[in-house]
Write a protein that binds this ligand. Structure first.
Ligand SMILES: [Zn+2]
Length: 144
């Protein structure tokens, strides 16, 4: 059989049969299963309900999971809290349609009077993509 590229890792492999399109690497098989499950949940209400009940039962048996997860992943926790604050703000104070600015204009930025150094999440408002963490560091004007 002819080798084909895996849609996840883009390496060529020889499929075992005509329907195999993902290579056998564990990460690619997890991606295949996740894709299948995502499609199944949107197309099969019974499967979706079964998954919801199964997750609920699992969480009842592992009540400290999220507490431990947040302790293990402080950066993700921080990110999620920031995004939730933004979601809450949007819900409480939805912007007027005329005030929504989707594209940043660099020349519209006012001169900085205060230090903005720190870590921020850049949250896209137009494209559906993940938020990106950025670091802003101030550089003295007279530096070489
Ligand atoms: Zn692969």
């Amino acid at each position: 059989m002819e080798s084909v590229p895996c849609p996840v890792c883009c390496t060529f492999f020889i499929p075992r049969n005509k329907s195999q399109s993902f290579c056998p690497k564990p990460g690619c098989q997890r991606a295949r299963k996740a894709l299948w499950q995502k499609q199944k949940i949107t197309s099969d209400p019974d499967y979706k309900e079964g998954q919801r009940l199964s997750q609920k039962k699992w969480l009842q048996n592992n009540p400290d999971y999220w507490k431990k997860y947040r302790r293990r992943n402080p950066e993700k926790t921080d990110r999620n809290r920031s995004l939730q604050k933004i979601r809450n703000m949007k819900k409480q104070h939805p912007p007027e349609p005329s005030k929504i600015i989707g594209i940043a204009k660099m020349d519209a930025r006012k001169p900085l009077l205060q230090n903005l150094s720190g870590q921020y999440w850049l949250v896209p408002t137009i494209a559906k993509m993940d938020a990106v963490k950025i670091f802003i560091t101030s550089i003295p004007v007279n530096s070489p």
